[in-house]
Design a protein around this ligand. Sequence first.
Ligand code: ADE
Length: 422
Amino acid sequence: MGSESEKWILMVTARTPTNIAVIKYWGKRDETLILPINDSISVTLDPSHLCTTTTVSVSPSFHQDRMWLNGKEISLEGGRFQSCLREIRGRAQDVEDKKKGINIKKEDWQKLHLHIASYNNFPTAAGLASSAAGLACLVFSLAKLMNLKEDNSQLSAIARQGSGSACRSLYGGFVKWVMGKEDNGSDSFAVQLADEKHWDELVIIIGVVSARQKETSSTSGMRDTVETSALIQHRAKEVVPKRIVQMEDAIQNRDFPSFARLACTDSNQFHAVCLDTYPPIFYMNDTSHRIISCVEKWNRAEVTPQVAYTFDAGPNAVMIARNRKTAALLLQRLLYNFPPESDTDVANYIIGDKSILKDAGIKDMKDVEALTPPPEVKDNIPPTQKSKGDVNYFICTRPGGGPVVLSDETQALLDPITGLPK
Ligand code: ADE
C-alpha cells in the first residue's frame, strides 16, 4: 500500500463557498436521500468573505475516521457524514504518489482511515448556511484525495445526501438544484446557470440578526410543513416551476427588477408556508420584518427596485443590491435604521468588502450619527431612539466562485507529520 515504514500521510485542502437560495428549497420527498419537492436556485457567495476550508488526510497509521470542526473534535457517526463517506469511498480510484512512495489501490480505501479538519471563516452558529459550505467542502476535498472521476454535478448529488443545500455549493455564480424524478435520486443534482462573472455588478449585504430563541431545525421544520401545510403543495407544484423559468431568464438577461421581485416574493412565500405549518414556524423576527419594510419602502419610492431581500430558516437578512452605487445607499439606510451600539467600531460592524463603507462616506461613528433620514422615510425618529444592537453586524460581499483546491501546504489545517489539527 505504501512505503516500508507506513508513516506516510497524504492530504488535500480545499475551500468551498456558501450559497443563498433566491428560489427556496423547502420540503423533501425522500428524507434519507434528501430529495426535494421542487427545484431551487441560488447565488454563490464570495469565498473570500464566507467559506469553509477543509483538509482531508489518509494514512495507514490512522486507526479510525476522525473529524475536527473549528478545532473541536466532533462525531462522524451521524447519517449525513456516513452517507457522504460511503458514497465517496465507493467511487474512489487508485492513487499513486511516486515521490512519497505511496500507491493506494481503490480497494484499499475501504480499510484506510481518514482525518478531517474543517474551519468556517464565519460564526458557525450565526445561521449562515455553514453546513452547506461544510458538506460541499467535505465531499469536494475527499473526491480530490481519492481521485474520483466524477464531475462537480455528480459530486453535488453526493453532497446533497449530507445536506440538501450543500449540492448548490459545488459551483460558483448562479446555480440550480434540479429536483429530479427518480426514486434513487440519480437525477437530483446541481447545475451552473451562469458563473460569477456573468453578473458581477451585484453586491450582497447580509444582516446578521440576533436570534433570541432557538429556531426550529430545517429538517424538522420541512417535515412538519410537508405533513401539515396545504399551501406547500400549491407552492411546489404550481408556483415554483413557473418562478424557476422566470428566475433563469432574469439571471440570463441580468434583469434586476424581475430578479428582485422573484427573490422577494419567493422568500415571502417560504415564510408564509412556515406560518401555514402546524404548529406554525417563525423564522423571521421583528428586526427581519423591519429590514423588509426598509427595503420595500425604498424600492417603492424608486422607479424600479434597487434591492432584493431573502431570508432563510432564521432571522438573518440577505440583501442583494443591483450595483455598488445602490449598495452604498442601502448601507446608509441600514446604518440609519439599525445603528450599532455607541461604543462599537464601525469597522467591526461592517465586515467583508469594506470598500462599500467608503462609497457610503462612512469612516466612523460620527458619520453614522450624522446620517439623515432617507427621503422615503416619513417619520422623524432619530436613530438614537431606535433600538441599537438588533443587528450584530453586516457582511458586505458579492457573487463568488466555486470550490478550489488550495495547493499551498501552509493552508492545511492538519499537521503533515502527526495528522492532527495544527
Ligand atoms: N457544519 C457546520 N459547518 C460544518 C463544516 N465546516 N463541516 C461539516 N459540517 C459542518
